[in-house]
Design a protein around this ligand. Structure first.
Ligand code: SF4
Length: 264
């Protein structure tokens, strides 16, 4: 299906299902994707397609330069402020994993200064797949933001392999240990879906999946869990959205263990 890249460093503002009026910051390339996952539902498409397109066109996929990010965000916030536009959140998202940027901590520091200057009540959110938390500077950066939204789509390694397709040696226990360092000051986000990819049937709503996922949530005790399902085109064809009513039932199970859960 047709997926789409974010073709600028700053995008929006958009009305986000989960975050409100959100101005996006895209640290990965504006003309490709860099991620150490290759999720079958990624709205940015497959890593290989982005890499191949870059090779064909003689481009190199690069993260945005720190100075460019700060300059463009400052300019956009100034314009929005002068126009009287509302802003709830500055959100790091886009064409890949933002915490892979080599200057992520320094960028966060600069973005906090800009937020304090133009929209002091706006939050700063980072959507991350939680794979870079072993790096101290990444943890420091995420401790400074208002909302670190960390992805855990399953607590069963084979399902993580099928859904998220890690491009490196992924250890769920390491990821959990690193998330625990935040002492619950994180939001866990989970994409629920069903379908088939490469001959593997996938259903992370199955009882065995939910039981294992709830155990991990109890261990992490996050401030909030956000669950959702497919909303946009996906690179894999045979995926099926989980309907709201079913997400609501899953959310009730999370609430029952004493953790707030939103669904959308
Ligand atoms: S972690 Fe996010 S950016 Fe990376 S492949 Fe998955 S959905 Fe795409």
């Amino acid at each position: 299906m047709a997926t789409a890249l974010f073709n600028s460093v700053i995008f929006g503002p958009i009305k986000s299902r989960r975050l409100g009026v959100s101005l996006g910051v895209n640290l990965p390339p504006s003309d490709g994707k860099i991620c150490n996952f290759d999720c079958i539902y990624c709205e940015c498409g497959w890593n290989a397609d982005a890499a191949l397109a870059a090779v064909k066109e003689g481009r190199k996929l690069r993260f945005a330069a720190s100075a460019e990010v700060v300059e463009q965000l400052g300019s956009k916030l100034k314009d929005m402020k002068e126009s009287g536009d509302a802003l709830d959140v500055i959100t790091f998202a886009g064409n890949g994993e933002p915490t892979m940027h080599p200057d992520f901590l320094a960028i966060i520091d600069e973005v906090i200064k800009l937020r304090d200057s133009y929209y002091p009540t706006a939050k700063i959110a980072v959507l991350s797949n939680a794979t870079m938390l072993a790096r101290v500077e990444v943890r420091k950066a995420l401790e400074k933001v208002d909302r670190a939204l960390l992805k855990i789509d399953s607590a069963i390694p084979a399902t993580i392999d099928a859904i998220n397709q890690p491009q490196f040696k992924y250890s769920l226990s390491d990821i959990i240990a690193n998330i625990k360092l935040f002492k619950g000051e994180v939001i866990i986000q989970t994409m629920f879906l069903r379908g088939e990819y490469n001959g593997v049937m996938i259903d992370n709503t199955a009882p065995v999946e939910i039981a294992a996922w709830l155990d991990v949530l109890k261990e992490l005790n996050p401030s909030l869990v956000m669950i959702y399902s497919l909303d946009r085109d996906t690179p894999a064809d045979n995926l099926v959205k989980v309907e709201l009513g079913e997400l609501e039932e899953i959310a009730k199970l999370v609430s029952a263990v004493g953790i707030e859960c939103s669904f959308s």
